[in-house]
Design a protein around this ligand. Structure first.
Ligand code: GLN
Length: 533
Protein backbone atom coordinates (compact mmCIF):
# COMPACT_ATOMS: atom_id res chain seq x y z
CA UNK A 1 0.00 0.00 0.00
CA UNK A 2 1.30 3.46 -0.93
CA UNK A 3 0.37 6.66 0.88
CA UNK A 4 0.12 10.23 -0.36
CA UNK A 5 -0.50 13.07 2.08
CA UNK A 6 -1.91 16.32 0.77
CA UNK A 7 -1.16 19.40 2.86
CA UNK A 8 -1.82 23.06 2.17
CA UNK A 9 0.03 26.26 2.85
CA UNK A 10 -0.32 30.05 2.79
CA UNK A 11 -4.11 30.38 2.64
CA UNK A 12 -7.19 28.17 2.81
CA UNK A 13 -9.56 27.62 -0.13
CA UNK A 14 -6.72 26.69 -2.47
CA UNK A 15 -8.61 23.72 -3.80
CA UNK A 16 -6.58 21.08 -1.99
CA UNK A 17 -9.56 18.76 -2.10
CA UNK A 18 -9.83 19.12 -5.85
CA UNK A 19 -6.09 18.62 -6.29
CA UNK A 20 -6.27 15.44 -4.20
CA UNK A 21 -9.35 14.22 -6.07
CA UNK A 22 -7.75 15.01 -9.44
CA UNK A 23 -4.63 13.04 -8.54
CA UNK A 24 -6.98 10.21 -7.54
CA UNK A 25 -8.63 10.36 -10.97
CA UNK A 26 -5.29 10.23 -12.77
CA UNK A 27 -4.00 7.31 -10.71
CA UNK A 28 -7.26 5.43 -11.20
CA UNK A 29 -6.99 5.95 -14.95
CA UNK A 30 -3.54 4.36 -14.74
CA UNK A 31 -5.16 1.21 -13.39
CA UNK A 32 -4.51 1.76 -9.69
CA UNK A 33 -7.14 1.32 -6.97
CA UNK A 34 -7.35 4.53 -5.01
CA UNK A 35 -9.06 5.54 -1.82
CA UNK A 36 -9.24 9.17 -0.73
CA UNK A 37 -9.75 10.41 2.79
CA UNK A 38 -9.91 13.65 4.72
CA UNK A 39 -8.52 14.47 8.15
CA UNK A 40 -9.95 17.67 9.56
CA UNK A 41 -8.29 19.36 12.53
CA UNK A 42 -11.49 20.88 14.00
CA UNK A 43 -12.95 19.57 17.25
CA UNK A 44 -16.47 18.80 16.01
CA UNK A 45 -16.88 15.03 15.85
CA UNK A 46 -18.30 15.45 12.33
CA UNK A 47 -19.63 18.37 10.25
CA UNK A 48 -23.23 17.10 10.67
CA UNK A 49 -24.00 19.71 13.28
CA UNK A 50 -22.36 22.62 11.45
CA UNK A 51 -24.30 25.36 9.72
CA UNK A 52 -23.99 25.26 5.90
CA UNK A 53 -23.15 28.98 6.08
CA UNK A 54 -20.11 28.04 8.13
CA UNK A 55 -18.98 24.89 6.44
CA UNK A 56 -20.84 24.43 3.16
CA UNK A 57 -22.77 21.27 2.42
CA UNK A 58 -22.66 18.17 4.60
CA UNK A 59 -21.91 15.19 2.35
CA UNK A 60 -23.43 11.83 3.34
CA UNK A 61 -21.82 8.45 2.64
CA UNK A 62 -23.51 5.06 2.09
CA UNK A 63 -22.88 4.06 5.69
CA UNK A 64 -24.51 7.24 6.95
CA UNK A 65 -21.34 9.16 7.86
CA UNK A 66 -21.91 12.92 7.70
CA UNK A 67 -18.74 14.31 6.16
CA UNK A 68 -16.92 17.27 4.70
CA UNK A 69 -17.87 18.27 1.18
CA UNK A 70 -14.43 17.27 -0.08
CA UNK A 71 -15.57 13.66 0.23
CA UNK A 72 -18.12 14.58 -2.42
CA UNK A 73 -15.29 15.57 -4.76
CA UNK A 74 -13.50 12.33 -3.92
CA UNK A 75 -16.50 10.14 -4.73
CA UNK A 76 -17.30 12.06 -7.91
CA UNK A 77 -13.71 11.92 -9.17
CA UNK A 78 -12.95 8.28 -8.28
CA UNK A 79 -14.79 4.99 -8.02
CA UNK A 80 -14.00 3.47 -4.62
CA UNK A 81 -17.04 4.12 -2.41
CA UNK A 82 -15.94 5.81 0.82
CA UNK A 83 -16.88 4.90 4.37
CA UNK A 84 -16.80 6.60 7.75
CA UNK A 85 -13.21 5.35 8.09
CA UNK A 86 -12.31 7.90 5.40
CA UNK A 87 -13.50 10.93 7.33
CA UNK A 88 -11.67 11.82 10.52
CA UNK A 89 -11.69 14.93 12.72
CA UNK A 90 -9.68 15.90 15.76
CA UNK A 91 -12.97 15.57 17.63
CA UNK A 92 -13.13 11.85 16.74
CA UNK A 93 -9.47 11.30 17.53
CA UNK A 94 -9.75 12.89 20.97
CA UNK A 95 -13.08 11.15 21.64
CA UNK A 96 -11.46 7.75 21.00
CA UNK A 97 -8.37 8.48 23.08
CA UNK A 98 -10.43 9.81 25.99
CA UNK A 99 -12.74 6.77 25.85
CA UNK A 100 -9.68 4.50 25.89
CA UNK A 101 -8.34 6.40 28.87
CA UNK A 102 -11.62 6.07 30.79
CA UNK A 103 -11.74 2.36 30.03
CA UNK A 104 -8.29 2.03 31.56
CA UNK A 105 -6.39 1.15 28.38
CA UNK A 106 -3.48 3.40 29.33
CA UNK A 107 -3.64 2.60 33.03
CA UNK A 108 -0.76 4.15 34.92
CA UNK A 109 0.38 6.31 32.00
CA UNK A 110 0.09 10.04 31.40
CA UNK A 111 -2.02 10.47 28.26
CA UNK A 112 -0.41 12.93 25.83
CA UNK A 113 -0.67 14.32 22.31
CA UNK A 114 2.51 12.41 21.49
CA UNK A 115 2.24 9.39 21.47
CA UNK A 116 -1.44 8.80 22.21
CA UNK A 117 -3.12 11.25 19.85
CA UNK A 118 -0.53 10.73 17.12
CA UNK A 119 -0.84 6.92 17.43
CA UNK A 120 -4.57 7.18 17.00
CA UNK A 121 -4.06 9.37 13.91
CA UNK A 122 -1.58 6.88 12.47
CA UNK A 123 -3.93 3.98 12.95
CA UNK A 124 -6.65 5.97 11.22
CA UNK A 125 -4.34 6.68 8.26
CA UNK A 126 -3.96 2.91 7.83
CA UNK A 127 -7.58 2.11 8.50
CA UNK A 128 -8.58 4.23 5.48
CA UNK A 129 -7.54 1.47 3.09
CA UNK A 130 -7.80 -1.54 5.37
CA UNK A 131 -9.81 -4.59 4.33
CA UNK A 132 -10.19 -3.24 0.80
CA UNK A 133 -8.49 -3.92 -2.46
CA UNK A 134 -6.58 -0.63 -2.59
CA UNK A 135 -3.15 0.34 -3.98
CA UNK A 136 -2.94 3.98 -2.96
CA UNK A 137 -4.42 5.89 -0.03
CA UNK A 138 -4.54 9.67 -0.51
CA UNK A 139 -5.08 11.54 2.75
CA UNK A 140 -5.87 15.24 2.68
CA UNK A 141 -5.18 17.24 5.82
CA UNK A 142 -7.65 20.09 6.32
CA UNK A 143 -6.44 23.59 7.18
CA UNK A 144 -3.03 25.08 6.48
CA UNK A 145 0.47 24.43 7.80
CA UNK A 146 1.06 26.59 10.82
CA UNK A 147 -2.42 26.02 12.27
CA UNK A 148 -2.08 24.95 15.90
CA UNK A 149 -4.80 22.30 15.56
CA UNK A 150 -3.07 20.74 12.57
CA UNK A 151 0.22 20.00 14.36
CA UNK A 152 -0.64 16.54 15.75
CA UNK A 153 -1.64 15.43 12.23
CA UNK A 154 1.64 16.62 10.70
CA UNK A 155 3.65 15.02 13.49
CA UNK A 156 1.75 11.76 12.97
CA UNK A 157 2.52 11.90 9.23
CA UNK A 158 6.22 12.48 10.01
CA UNK A 159 6.29 9.37 12.18
CA UNK A 160 4.25 7.39 9.67
CA UNK A 161 6.60 8.18 6.76
CA UNK A 162 9.56 7.23 8.91
CA UNK A 163 7.93 3.90 9.74
CA UNK A 164 6.83 2.88 6.22
CA UNK A 165 9.75 4.52 4.38
CA UNK A 166 9.82 7.42 1.90
CA UNK A 167 9.45 5.02 -1.02
CA UNK A 168 5.98 4.20 0.27
CA UNK A 169 4.68 7.55 1.48
CA UNK A 170 5.07 11.09 0.16
CA UNK A 171 3.78 14.58 0.87
CA UNK A 172 2.22 16.73 -1.83
CA UNK A 173 2.07 20.34 -0.69
CA UNK A 174 -0.43 22.76 -2.25
CA UNK A 175 0.52 26.39 -1.99
CA UNK A 176 -0.29 29.82 -3.42
CA UNK A 177 2.04 31.71 -5.72
CA UNK A 178 0.43 35.15 -5.85
CA UNK A 179 0.86 37.66 -8.65
CA UNK A 180 1.64 41.11 -7.31
CA UNK A 181 0.28 43.57 -9.82
CA UNK A 182 2.35 46.57 -8.73
CA UNK A 183 5.57 44.55 -9.12
CA UNK A 184 4.30 42.67 -12.18
CA UNK A 185 5.70 39.50 -10.63
CA UNK A 186 4.79 36.13 -9.20
CA UNK A 187 6.02 35.81 -5.63
CA UNK A 188 7.47 32.61 -4.20
CA UNK A 189 8.13 33.82 -0.65
CA UNK A 190 4.80 32.61 0.85
CA UNK A 191 5.53 29.12 -0.52
CA UNK A 192 9.06 29.20 0.85
CA UNK A 193 7.69 30.10 4.25
CA UNK A 194 5.02 27.45 4.28
CA UNK A 195 7.59 24.79 3.30
CA UNK A 196 9.84 26.10 6.07
CA UNK A 197 6.95 25.49 8.48
CA UNK A 198 6.63 21.91 7.22
CA UNK A 199 10.36 21.38 7.62
CA UNK A 200 10.21 22.58 11.22
CA UNK A 201 8.01 19.56 11.84
CA UNK A 202 10.33 17.31 9.88
CA UNK A 203 8.28 16.98 6.69
CA UNK A 204 9.74 17.51 3.24
CA UNK A 205 7.27 17.55 0.34
CA UNK A 206 8.04 15.50 -2.74
CA UNK A 207 5.66 17.44 -4.98
CA UNK A 208 4.75 21.12 -4.86
CA UNK A 209 1.46 22.18 -6.42
CA UNK A 210 1.61 25.90 -7.09
CA UNK A 211 -1.80 27.51 -7.34
CA UNK A 212 -1.40 30.57 -9.50
CA UNK A 213 -3.33 32.91 -11.76
CA UNK A 214 -0.40 33.45 -14.12
CA UNK A 215 1.82 30.86 -15.84
CA UNK A 216 4.92 29.97 -13.83
CA UNK A 217 7.94 31.11 -15.82
CA UNK A 218 11.16 29.08 -15.89
CA UNK A 219 12.67 31.43 -13.29
CA UNK A 220 9.81 31.01 -10.84
CA UNK A 221 9.88 27.24 -11.26
CA UNK A 222 13.62 27.17 -10.64
CA UNK A 223 13.28 29.36 -7.57
CA UNK A 224 10.48 27.24 -6.12
CA UNK A 225 12.46 24.09 -6.81
CA UNK A 226 15.58 25.46 -5.15
CA UNK A 227 14.05 27.07 -2.08
CA UNK A 228 11.55 24.31 -1.45
CA UNK A 229 13.96 21.46 -2.24
CA UNK A 230 11.77 19.68 -4.74
CA UNK A 231 13.01 18.50 -8.16
CA UNK A 232 12.31 21.00 -10.92
CA UNK A 233 9.77 18.72 -12.63
CA UNK A 234 7.95 18.23 -9.32
CA UNK A 235 6.96 21.91 -9.26
CA UNK A 236 3.49 21.58 -10.71
CA UNK A 237 1.72 24.61 -12.07
CA UNK A 238 -1.96 24.60 -11.21
CA UNK A 239 -3.75 27.56 -12.71
CA UNK A 240 -7.45 28.28 -12.24
CA UNK A 241 -9.20 26.18 -14.88
CA UNK A 242 -11.31 28.35 -17.17
CA UNK A 243 -14.59 26.44 -17.45
CA UNK A 244 -15.14 23.55 -15.11
CA UNK A 245 -13.43 21.81 -12.19
CA UNK A 246 -13.41 18.62 -14.28
CA UNK A 247 -10.58 20.16 -16.31
CA UNK A 248 -8.29 19.92 -13.25
CA UNK A 249 -7.13 16.31 -13.78
CA UNK A 250 -6.34 17.14 -17.42
CA UNK A 251 -4.36 20.25 -16.47
CA UNK A 252 -2.40 18.32 -13.84
CA UNK A 253 -1.76 15.48 -16.25
CA UNK A 254 -0.28 17.99 -18.71
CA UNK A 255 2.13 18.95 -15.92
CA UNK A 256 2.98 15.24 -15.41
CA UNK A 257 1.78 15.17 -11.81
CA UNK A 258 0.85 11.50 -12.01
CA UNK A 259 4.19 10.56 -13.63
CA UNK A 260 6.08 12.21 -10.80
CA UNK A 261 3.94 10.61 -8.11
CA UNK A 262 4.31 7.15 -9.68
CA UNK A 263 8.06 7.65 -10.08
CA UNK A 264 8.43 8.73 -6.43
CA UNK A 265 6.45 5.78 -5.13
CA UNK A 266 8.00 3.23 -7.46
CA UNK A 267 4.71 2.45 -9.19
CA UNK A 268 5.15 1.06 -12.70
CA UNK A 269 1.80 1.48 -14.41
CA UNK A 270 0.73 2.50 -17.93
CA UNK A 271 -0.12 6.15 -18.64
CA UNK A 272 -3.63 7.41 -17.98
CA UNK A 273 -6.04 7.27 -20.90
CA UNK A 274 -8.26 10.28 -20.24
CA UNK A 275 -10.25 10.12 -23.52
CA UNK A 276 -13.63 9.52 -21.89
CA UNK A 277 -13.02 12.14 -19.23
CA UNK A 278 -11.93 14.65 -21.88
CA UNK A 279 -15.11 13.96 -23.88
CA UNK A 280 -17.17 14.70 -20.78
CA UNK A 281 -15.26 17.96 -20.28
CA UNK A 282 -15.86 18.89 -23.94
CA UNK A 283 -19.59 18.36 -23.50
CA UNK A 284 -19.54 20.64 -20.44
CA UNK A 285 -17.57 23.33 -22.27
CA UNK A 286 -19.36 23.28 -25.62
CA UNK A 287 -23.01 22.47 -25.04
CA UNK A 288 -25.49 22.74 -27.92
CA UNK A 289 -28.54 23.73 -25.89
CA UNK A 290 -29.27 26.06 -23.02
CA UNK A 291 -31.84 26.02 -20.28
CA UNK A 292 -32.41 28.15 -17.18
CA UNK A 293 -33.60 26.80 -13.84
CA UNK A 294 -34.11 28.20 -10.34
CA UNK A 295 -32.74 26.74 -7.13
CA UNK A 296 -34.92 28.07 -4.33
CA UNK A 297 -32.88 27.73 -1.18
CA UNK A 298 -31.87 29.53 1.94
CA UNK A 299 -28.11 29.15 2.04
CA UNK A 300 -27.70 30.75 -1.39
CA UNK A 301 -25.01 33.17 -0.15
CA UNK A 302 -22.56 30.38 0.59
CA UNK A 303 -21.07 29.14 -2.67
CA UNK A 304 -20.60 25.58 -1.40
CA UNK A 305 -23.89 25.04 0.41
CA UNK A 306 -25.49 23.22 -2.55
CA UNK A 307 -22.28 21.78 -4.01
CA UNK A 308 -23.43 18.24 -4.83
CA UNK A 309 -26.68 19.48 -6.36
CA UNK A 310 -24.82 21.87 -8.66
CA UNK A 311 -22.35 19.14 -9.65
CA UNK A 312 -25.18 16.68 -10.32
CA UNK A 313 -26.79 19.29 -12.58
CA UNK A 314 -23.50 19.65 -14.48
CA UNK A 315 -23.31 15.88 -14.99
CA UNK A 316 -26.91 15.62 -16.17
CA UNK A 317 -26.58 18.71 -18.39
CA UNK A 318 -23.51 17.25 -20.11
CA UNK A 319 -25.42 14.04 -20.77
CA UNK A 320 -28.19 16.11 -22.40
CA UNK A 321 -25.66 18.21 -24.33
CA UNK A 322 -26.92 21.40 -22.78
CA UNK A 323 -25.84 24.12 -20.42
CA UNK A 324 -28.03 24.56 -17.38
CA UNK A 325 -27.92 28.07 -15.97
CA UNK A 326 -28.81 27.88 -12.29
CA UNK A 327 -30.39 30.97 -10.78
CA UNK A 328 -30.06 30.74 -7.00
CA UNK A 329 -33.04 32.41 -5.37
CA UNK A 330 -33.51 33.19 -1.69
CA UNK A 331 -36.73 31.49 -0.60
CA UNK A 332 -37.61 34.39 1.73
CA UNK A 333 -37.87 36.58 -1.37
CA UNK A 334 -41.17 34.90 -2.21
CA UNK A 335 -42.62 35.79 1.16
CA UNK A 336 -42.72 39.43 -0.01
CA UNK A 337 -42.58 39.21 -3.82
CA UNK A 338 -44.75 37.34 -6.30
CA UNK A 339 -42.83 34.17 -7.32
CA UNK A 340 -43.84 34.85 -10.95
CA UNK A 341 -41.31 37.71 -11.11
CA UNK A 342 -38.36 35.41 -10.72
CA UNK A 343 -39.83 32.07 -11.72
CA UNK A 344 -41.78 33.21 -14.80
CA UNK A 345 -38.78 32.75 -17.10
CA UNK A 346 -37.30 29.51 -15.78
CA UNK A 347 -37.80 26.02 -17.22
CA UNK A 348 -37.46 24.15 -13.96
CA UNK A 349 -37.48 24.63 -10.20
CA UNK A 350 -35.45 22.79 -7.56
CA UNK A 351 -36.23 23.02 -3.86
CA UNK A 352 -33.23 21.53 -2.04
CA UNK A 353 -32.80 20.14 1.46
CA UNK A 354 -32.77 22.34 4.52
CA UNK A 355 -33.45 22.63 8.21
CA UNK A 356 -35.51 25.01 10.33
CA UNK A 357 -38.42 27.32 9.68
CA UNK A 358 -36.75 30.21 7.87
CA UNK A 359 -37.75 30.41 4.21
CA UNK A 360 -40.37 27.66 4.39
CA UNK A 361 -43.35 29.75 3.27
CA UNK A 362 -41.33 31.09 0.33
CA UNK A 363 -40.43 27.58 -0.76
CA UNK A 364 -44.09 26.58 -0.52
CA UNK A 365 -45.02 29.47 -2.82
CA UNK A 366 -42.32 28.47 -5.30
CA UNK A 367 -43.65 24.91 -5.25
CA UNK A 368 -47.21 26.13 -5.75
CA UNK A 369 -46.02 28.14 -8.75
CA UNK A 370 -44.39 25.04 -10.26
CA UNK A 371 -47.52 22.93 -9.69
CA UNK A 372 -49.99 25.48 -11.03
CA UNK A 373 -47.92 26.47 -14.08
CA UNK A 374 -46.74 23.02 -15.09
CA UNK A 375 -43.07 23.96 -14.54
CA UNK A 376 -40.83 20.91 -13.91
CA UNK A 377 -40.28 20.59 -10.15
CA UNK A 378 -37.57 18.60 -8.43
CA UNK A 379 -37.80 18.40 -4.64
CA UNK A 380 -34.91 17.05 -2.62
CA UNK A 381 -35.58 15.93 0.95
CA UNK A 382 -37.06 19.10 2.44
CA UNK A 383 -38.21 19.80 -1.12
CA UNK A 384 -40.45 16.71 -0.90
CA UNK A 385 -41.81 17.78 2.46
CA UNK A 386 -42.55 21.24 1.00
CA UNK A 387 -44.40 19.64 -1.94
CA UNK A 388 -46.47 17.59 0.50
CA UNK A 389 -47.40 20.62 2.60
CA UNK A 390 -48.26 22.68 -0.49
CA UNK A 391 -50.50 19.97 -1.94
CA UNK A 392 -52.19 19.31 1.40
CA UNK A 393 -52.99 22.98 1.90
CA UNK A 394 -53.83 24.14 -1.60
CA UNK A 395 -55.31 21.05 -3.26
CA UNK A 396 -56.74 19.01 -0.37
CA UNK A 397 -57.87 22.08 1.57
CA UNK A 398 -56.10 20.98 4.75
CA UNK A 399 -55.75 24.41 6.30
CA UNK A 400 -52.65 24.96 8.38
CA UNK A 401 -50.99 21.75 7.12
CA UNK A 402 -47.30 21.78 7.93
CA UNK A 403 -44.41 19.78 9.38
CA UNK A 404 -43.95 19.31 13.11
CA UNK A 405 -40.43 20.59 12.51
CA UNK A 406 -41.93 24.06 12.09
CA UNK A 407 -44.92 23.94 14.46
CA UNK A 408 -45.25 21.75 17.58
CA UNK A 409 -48.91 20.75 17.31
CA UNK A 410 -50.38 21.80 13.94
CA UNK A 411 -53.94 20.97 12.90
CA UNK A 412 -52.57 18.83 10.07
CA UNK A 413 -49.09 17.42 10.67
CA UNK A 414 -48.66 16.09 7.12
CA UNK A 415 -44.94 15.76 7.79
CA UNK A 416 -44.07 14.34 11.18
CA UNK A 417 -41.20 12.83 13.14
CA UNK A 418 -40.44 9.20 12.44
CA UNK A 419 -41.65 7.10 15.39
CA UNK A 420 -38.07 6.02 16.11
CA UNK A 421 -37.02 9.68 16.13
CA UNK A 422 -39.43 10.67 18.92
CA UNK A 423 -37.16 9.47 21.71
CA UNK A 424 -33.96 10.89 20.21
CA UNK A 425 -32.46 13.68 22.32
CA UNK A 426 -28.96 14.40 20.95
CA UNK A 427 -28.37 16.17 17.66
CA UNK A 428 -25.11 14.54 16.46
CA UNK A 429 -25.50 11.66 13.96
CA UNK A 430 -29.05 10.87 15.10
CA UNK A 431 -31.02 11.47 11.90
CA UNK A 432 -32.12 8.76 9.49
CA UNK A 433 -28.81 8.52 7.69
CA UNK A 434 -27.17 6.65 4.85
CA UNK A 435 -28.37 4.25 2.19
CA UNK A 436 -31.83 2.71 2.30
CA UNK A 437 -33.74 0.71 -0.23
CA UNK A 438 -36.72 2.10 -2.06
CA UNK A 439 -39.28 0.44 -4.33
CA UNK A 440 -40.74 2.43 -7.22
CA UNK A 441 -44.34 2.06 -8.37
CA UNK A 442 -45.44 1.15 -11.92
CA UNK A 443 -46.22 3.95 -14.33
CA UNK A 444 -44.19 6.61 -12.53
CA UNK A 445 -41.74 9.15 -13.96
CA UNK A 446 -39.18 7.90 -11.46
CA UNK A 447 -39.42 4.32 -12.71
CA UNK A 448 -39.07 5.59 -16.26
CA UNK A 449 -35.95 7.60 -15.29
CA UNK A 450 -34.23 4.84 -13.31
CA UNK A 451 -35.27 2.02 -15.61
CA UNK A 452 -35.61 -0.29 -12.59
CA UNK A 453 -37.95 -0.55 -9.64
CA UNK A 454 -35.54 -1.28 -6.81
CA UNK A 455 -33.15 1.52 -6.00
CA UNK A 456 -30.83 2.49 -3.16
CA UNK A 457 -30.42 6.10 -2.11
CA UNK A 458 -28.80 8.10 0.68
CA UNK A 459 -30.79 9.82 3.39
CA UNK A 460 -30.35 12.59 5.95
CA UNK A 461 -33.55 13.65 7.65
CA UNK A 462 -35.63 13.36 10.81
CA UNK A 463 -39.11 13.98 9.47
CA UNK A 464 -41.26 11.94 7.13
CA UNK A 465 -44.54 11.87 5.21
CA UNK A 466 -47.41 11.18 7.65
CA UNK A 467 -49.33 8.12 6.42
CA UNK A 468 -52.57 9.34 8.05
CA UNK A 469 -52.99 11.59 5.01
CA UNK A 470 -52.01 9.04 2.37
CA UNK A 471 -55.43 8.04 1.03
CA UNK A 472 -56.90 11.51 1.05
CA UNK A 473 -53.96 12.99 -0.81
CA UNK A 474 -53.70 10.13 -3.30
CA UNK A 475 -57.36 10.54 -4.16
CA UNK A 476 -56.60 14.16 -5.09
CA UNK A 477 -53.76 13.25 -7.50
CA UNK A 478 -50.74 13.02 -5.21
CA UNK A 479 -48.80 9.93 -6.33
CA UNK A 480 -46.86 7.85 -3.84
CA UNK A 481 -44.27 6.79 -6.40
CA UNK A 482 -41.67 5.21 -4.13
CA UNK A 483 -41.69 3.67 -0.68
CA UNK A 484 -39.46 1.67 1.62
CA UNK A 485 -39.68 -2.05 0.66
CA UNK A 486 -42.25 -2.64 3.46
CA UNK A 487 -44.39 0.19 2.06
CA UNK A 488 -44.30 2.11 5.34
CA UNK A 489 -42.09 5.10 4.52
CA UNK A 490 -42.89 7.38 1.62
CA UNK A 491 -39.63 7.98 -0.24
CA UNK A 492 -40.73 9.58 -3.49
CA UNK A 493 -43.81 11.45 -4.65
CA UNK A 494 -45.11 12.74 -7.97
CA UNK A 495 -48.18 14.63 -9.18
CA UNK A 496 -50.67 12.95 -11.48
CA UNK A 497 -51.61 16.03 -13.49
CA UNK A 498 -48.25 17.60 -14.13
CA UNK A 499 -45.59 17.23 -16.87
CA UNK A 500 -42.71 16.47 -14.43
CA UNK A 501 -43.12 16.89 -10.71
CA UNK A 502 -40.84 14.53 -8.76
CA UNK A 503 -39.78 14.93 -5.16
CA UNK A 504 -37.81 12.51 -3.04
CA UNK A 505 -37.13 12.14 0.65
CA UNK A 506 -33.58 11.03 -0.12
CA UNK A 507 -30.59 12.88 -1.59
CA UNK A 508 -29.87 11.71 -5.14
CA UNK A 509 -27.22 14.44 -5.45
CA UNK A 510 -24.80 12.26 -3.46
CA UNK A 511 -24.67 9.60 -6.15
CA UNK A 512 -24.01 11.40 -9.41
CA UNK A 513 -20.74 11.17 -11.32
CA UNK A 514 -19.40 12.96 -14.41
CA UNK A 515 -19.89 10.04 -16.76
CA UNK A 516 -22.73 8.48 -14.78
CA UNK A 517 -25.28 11.25 -14.16
CA UNK A 518 -28.03 10.46 -11.67
CA UNK A 519 -31.23 9.22 -13.33
CA UNK A 520 -33.49 11.77 -11.62
CA UNK A 521 -31.24 14.74 -12.41
CA UNK A 522 -31.12 13.60 -16.02
CA UNK A 523 -34.89 13.17 -16.09
CA UNK A 524 -35.31 16.63 -14.61
CA UNK A 525 -32.97 18.32 -17.12
CA UNK A 526 -34.76 16.54 -19.99
CA UNK A 527 -38.10 17.76 -18.64
CA UNK A 528 -36.72 21.33 -18.39
CA UNK A 529 -35.54 21.15 -22.00
CA UNK A 530 -38.98 19.93 -23.06
CA UNK A 531 -40.75 22.64 -21.04
CA UNK A 532 -39.93 25.59 -23.29
CA UNK A 533 -39.34 23.59 -26.47
N1 GLN B 1 -35.44 19.21 7.93
C1 GLN B 1 -35.97 18.09 7.27
C2 GLN B 1 -35.87 16.83 8.11
O1 GLN B 1 -35.12 16.75 9.04
C3 GLN B 1 -35.32 17.89 5.92
C4 GLN B 1 -33.89 17.50 6.00
C5 GLN B 1 -33.15 17.70 4.72
O2 GLN B 1 -33.61 18.38 3.81
N2 GLN B 1 -31.97 17.14 4.62
O3 GLN B 1 -36.54 15.86 7.85
Amino acid sequence: MKYIFVTGGVVSSLGKGLAAASLGTLLEHRGLKVVLQKFDPYLNVDPGTMNPFEHGEVYVLDDGAETDLDLGHYERFTNTPLTRANSTSSGQVYETVIQNERRGDYLGKTVQVIPHITNEIKSRIERGGEGRDVDVVITEIGGTTGDIEGLPFLEAIRQFIQEVGPQNAIVMHVTLVPFIKAAGELKTKPSQQSIAKLREIGLQPTVLIARTEEPLGADTRAKLSQFCSVPLDAVIECRDVPHTIYECPLALQAEHLDDIVCRSLGLTVPPADMTKWRKFVDRVIKPKKHVRIALVGKYTDHKDAYKSILESITHAAAACDCHVEVKQVEAEDFEVHDPAEKLGQVSGIIVPGGFGERGIEGKIRACQFAREHGVPYFGLCLGMQIATIEFARNVCGLKGATSTEFEKAPTHPVIDLLPEQKKVKGKGATMRLGTWECHLAEGTKALQAYGKADIRERHRHRFEFNNTYREQMEAAGFVIAGTSPDGRLVELIELRDHPWFVACQFHPEFQSKPNAPHALFKGFVQACLAHHA
